[in-house]
Design a protein around this ligand. Sequence first.
Ligand SMILES: *[C@@H]1O[C@H](CO)[C@@H](O)[C@H](O)[C@H]1NC(C)=O
Ligand SMILES: *[C@@H]1O[C@H](CO)[C@@H](O)[C@H](O)[C@H]1NC(C)=O
Ligand SMILES: *[C@@H]1O[C@H](CO)[C@@H](O)[C@H](O)[C@H]1NC(C)=O
Ligand SMILES: *[C@@H]1O[C@H](CO)[C@@H](O)[C@H](O)[C@H]1NC(C)=O
Ligand SMILES: *[C@@H]1O[C@H](CO)[C@@H](O)[C@H](O)[C@H]1NC(C)=O
Ligand SMILES: *[C@@H]1O[C@H](CO)[C@@H](O)[C@H](O)[C@H]1NC(C)=O
Ligand SMILES: *[C@@H]1O[C@H](CO)[C@@H](O)[C@H](O)[C@H]1NC(C)=O
Length: 225
Amino acid sequence: MELRFRLVSLFFLFLLVAFIPFNAESKCTKSCGLALASYYPHSIFKYEYDYVTYVSETRFRSRFVTGPQDIANYNKNVTTNTTIEESKYYIRLNIPFPCECINGDFLGHTFHYPVTSGDSYESIAELTYSNLVTAEWLSFLNVYSPNEYPNNGTVNVTVNCSCGDSHVSKDYGLFITYPLRPEDSLESIANQTNLDPLLLLRYNPGVNFSQGSGLVYIPGKALEV
Ligand SMILES: *[C@@H]1O[C@H](CO)[C@@H](O)[C@H](O)[C@H]1NC(C)=O
Ligand SMILES: *[C@@H]1O[C@H](CO)[C@@H](O)[C@H](O)[C@H]1NC(C)=O
Ligand SMILES: *[C@@H]1O[C@H](CO)[C@@H](O)[C@H](O)[C@H]1NC(C)=O
Ligand SMILES: *[C@@H]1O[C@H](CO)[C@@H](O)[C@H](O)[C@H]1NC(C)=O
Ligand SMILES: *[C@@H]1O[C@H](CO)[C@@H](O)[C@H](O)[C@H]1NC(C)=O
Ligand SMILES: *[C@@H]1O[C@H](CO)[C@@H](O)[C@H](O)[C@H]1NC(C)=O
Ligand SMILES: *[C@@H]1O[C@H](CO)[C@@H](O)[C@H](O)[C@H]1NC(C)=O
């Protein structure tokens, strides 16, 4: 009798330990509205019309981006007629997008990218979306196997986001999804953003900011117009 009781207690203890922390970590309950994606194009665009319009129309259309002005609003020195040739350097853009709770499981937004011939999960992840997603993540989100890739239709491109953490600070409500690059470090990002490195680490626990890839979430600013 007593042994059975102990076994039953152990079983429930196991359930508690095994599932509660997991749920607390992975589930989301609500959306926070707005997030920003840090977009750093890999190659000079050669387009007839301007870069910000091109990006707004072909990659990041959402309820927050219906035209180029919606992107320009979040970027200093960028107007809707800024071309990448004019800028003479690669322009990093902050792109507004809706941060939604997807399937009650995680925060992100799914863009529907129209596939063109020559695209692959690698090219869409690394070039078109500038490492905001990975090829592995895209193959998880889409039914197409990399070998039978269509040259029409759309591909789900789900960009993750953050609504912050009230245990860290309530001062920040807008977060930038930032793909780490090889030249980045905790110090360089803290310097560029004027934020305390310890704050960045608390929002990204356990992340090595010098790892050269992967996403981090950086507190952003409100509309800069
Ligand atoms: C914006 O342009 C001004 C004047 O050209 C320049 O001083 C400033 O550094 C630029 N800011 C950014 C973020 O590029
Ligand atoms: C770009 O637009 C701004 C105002 O939005 C205007 O002042 C500027 O002259 C334009 N530049 C070009 C090259 O069209
Ligand atoms: C986005 O979040 C999901 C769920 O946490 C995770 O499995 C996936 O790897 C993340 N994607 C990227 C590109 O980090
Ligand atoms: C995109 O995601 C939706 C919802 O999960 C799914 O029904 C659809 O099949 C996906 N598209 C592709 C091309 O896999
Ligand atoms: C995509 O192309 C295939 C084969 O060429 C065709 O059967 C299919 O209907 C096309 N799908 C769309 C959405 O155009
Ligand atoms: C921080 O930024 C300033 C101005 O942009 C620069 O002069 C300085 O070298 C940077 N410091 C570090 C540690 O990167
Ligand atoms: C962080 O990543 C870089 C690059 O991979 C590596 O050199 C460094 O040792 C790592 N730092 C820690 C603390 O793991």
